[in-house]
Design a protein around this ligand. Structure first.
Ligand SMILES: *Cc1c(COP(=O)(O)O)cnc(C)c1O
Length: 435
């Protein structure tokens, strides 16, 4: 990462011209400028941009509802009764799941609860949940409340794997130590694929294997991993996984999320799920019988008929992912973040550092303003005033993601220019056009 690189904007433009995924940028709507500069959108880890096709997909459902009323369940262009299945192939591509193992449903935290209900089965000798100490609050609250509801005390039953202070990074040796000490008491290991705060990509295959070796169930939270890095869930074989669809998946605010249950749990046994009519086999659902006939596969975990209007944009987005291909996207993502890291090092060395481990990264770099003469929050504000969309996390972290579907090398260049201006308290550079 130390070789000098060309620090002219023309170089970024030449990388964009040579980028075979470059044209995908035009398939997205970009937010408006707030302060007179062209926006640099680096918030795909928080809310992905709108695929232009999402408008058509939603409009078609509204039209079919207007045109067909209740008949839309069967006769809409994409019938609503099996609507969630239109997402299945795309989700399998992104997650490496088998068809039966995934289902688009609910939202992330809801799915975590539904899956923990099935796969956190504490007994007196094995009742603990292991999470990371910097877990997203919703995951922590979900785990704590599950522990409490089963009659245990989170103060004692919730174990935490924390990053080392020296580098703010999670080290698998530390996880192994916890597993060696307490593995026999751990009922569930619940870990992320990509850590939301420091952007660290974890070796999910390895985490699953280590946990399984101690007899623990494993769940993965893939909120920051799906659509960001290639996944092989069937092969890695966690017991379950869940994700939201509005970050890298570009499914829109509150979009319908996804869940994975490994094939070894899909034996049609419906005794450990919370049940609703959408988990009932579709063929016989409308007989409205009093006995439950379980759907095959992960669909058994569905409760309600899905919100079609919040699932339509997910389908539009999955089409774009299918065309671009997650492996090509990953290659571009690695190049974008490498370019970003190099420019930062050359332009802002010692003033802004990256806490994301570069050898284990997705599309997000988490930046720390380390120059003691600078107030980090002010630097972030000056970035916002230059039409940079990034986000702020207490106490001093600016998270930026270069989403390979719609971010360009010129975005990376412009971001670093604006960050340098923010750090130097210069006035923003003049209006620039982006490609
Ligand atoms: C974004 C995110 C959430 C958000 O949960 P919702 O239920 O979608 O509101 C939860 N956990 C993690 C790790 C996240 O990154």
């Amino acid at each position: 990462m130390t070789a000098a690189i060309d620090t002219h904007r023309d170089f970024a433009l030449s990388l964009d011209r040579a980028d075979e995924l470059g044209p995908f940028r035009n398939r997205f709507n970009f937010p408006q400028s707030r302060h007179g500069l062209s926006p640099v959108y680096l918030c795909g880890h928080s809310l992905g941009l709108q695929p232009k096709e999402a408008v058509r997909y939603v409009q078609e459902e509204l039209d079919d509802w207007a045109r067909l009323g209740v008949e839309g369940h069967f006769h809409a262009r994409r019938p609503w009764l099996p609507y969630h299945r239109f997402a299945t192939a795309g989700l399998c591509e992104l997650t490496g799941a088998a068809t039966d193992e995934v289902v688009a449903m609910n939202t992330l935290t809801v799915n975590l609860h539904l899956l923990m209900t099935s796969f956190y089965r504490p007994v007196a000798s094995r009742y603990k949940i292991l999470i990371e100490s910097t877990a997203f609050p919703s995951d922590r609250f979900a785990a704590e409340s599950q522990i409490r509801l089963r009659g245990f005390d989170p103060a004692e039953a919730l174990l935490e794997w924390g990053p080392r202070a020296a580098d703010q990074t999670l080290h698998v040796d530390d996880l192994q130590r916890i597993l060696d000490d307490s593995g026999e008491q751990i009922a569930l290991v619940l870990l992320p694929g990509v850590q939301y705060y420091n952007g660290q990509l974890l070796d999910m295959d390895d985490l699953c294997a280590r946990s399984r070796a101690k007899g623990c169930r494993v769940g993965l939270d893939l909120a920051h991993a799906v659509g960001n890095v290639p996944l092989a869930l069937h092969e890695w074989a966690p017991d379950f996984a869940a994700w939201c669809s509005y970050k890298y998946l570009n499914g829109g605010p509150g979009a319908v999320a996804g869940a994975f249950v490994h094939a070894r749990h899909l034996d049609g046994n419906a005794s450990t799920q919370l049940l609703g009519w959408w988990g009932h086999a579709e063929e016989t659902r409308f007989r409205m019988a009093a006995t439950f006939d379980p759907a095959r596969g992960a669909e058994l975990w569905q409760l309600s008929n899905p919100p079609i209007l919040s699932l339509a944009p997910v389908l539009a987005s999955l089409d774009v992912f299918h065309e671009a291909g997650i492996d090509r996207l990953r290659q571009k993502s690695l190049r974008l973040t490498a370019y970003l890291a190099q420019l930062l090092e050359q332009r802002l060395q010692d003033r802004v550092t990256t806490i994301t481990p570069l050898d284990a990264r997705g599309s997000q770099l988490s930046l720390c303003v380390t120059d003691p003469g600078l107030a980090p929050r002010d630097v972030f504000r000056r970035l916002e005033q230059q039409d940079v969309f990034a986000d702020w996390r207490e106490p001093n972290v600016i998270r930026v993601a270069t989403a390979p579907l719609y971010n360009s090398f010129a975005d990376v260049f412009d971001f670093v220019e604006r960050l340098a201006a923010a750090v130097e308290k210069r006035r923003p550079a003049g209006r620039r056009s982006t490609i």
